[in-house]
Design a protein around this ligand. Structure first.
Ligand code: SF4
Ligand code: SF4
Length: 146
């Protein structure tokens, strides 16, 4: 009982580290990263024709940062955290949300994605967390409370 919060906080710190690393890479990449107009269209996956996959450590991190709010299920093709075309969990958004830009370079994005996934896998191995990499709807619906 005593060890669990410590492990969890270490997991959270490691996820933050991945996100910070991604943000730095994207900031330094200029045109390769693309310029996002923050229109929110790509968060409506069905209409945009885009998919987002997330990992188990990221779900642990999101849950820990919802400040008591229940994880929202995904009942439509749009991310439930996109409200009025704005991301309501912007600070805690997933790696895929950070990496994807409709105007960015796809190879650059793939490379960043691979590096981030490697780190998330390492976190799972280190802390004994089952590694999952699932589409957003499956991921949120598997942990959302009724
Ligand atoms: S977490 Fe935010 S950026 Fe990511 S899909 Fe949902 S609303 Fe969009
Ligand atoms: S990546 Fe493109 S579609 Fe998505 S919010 Fe930015 S400008 Fe809009």
């Amino acid at each position: 009982m005593v060890a669990e919060p410590k492990v969890n906080s270490q997991v959270l710190e490691r996820v933050v580290r991945v996100y910070k690393w991604l943000d730095t890479q994207l900031h330094q990449a200029g045109d390769l990263a693309g310029t996002c107009d923050i229109c929110g269209k790509c968060c409506d996956f069905d209409s945009f024709g885009h998919r987002l996959f997330v990992t188990s450590p990221e779900l642990i991190y999101l849950t820990a940062n919802l400040r008591g709010e229940k994880v929202r299920p995904m009942t439509t093709g749009r991310c439930p955290y996109n409200i009025a075309d704005k991301c309501t969990i912007h600070e805690h958004r997933f790696a895929g949300c950070r990496i994807f830009c409709c105007k960015g370079d796809k190879d650059f994005q793939s490379g960043l994605s691979e590096s981030a996934l490697k780190e998330f896998k390492s976190i799972c191995t280190e802390f004994g967390i089952p590694y999952r990499y699932t589409d957003l709807a499956t991921a949120l619906n598997s942990i959302a409370e009724p």
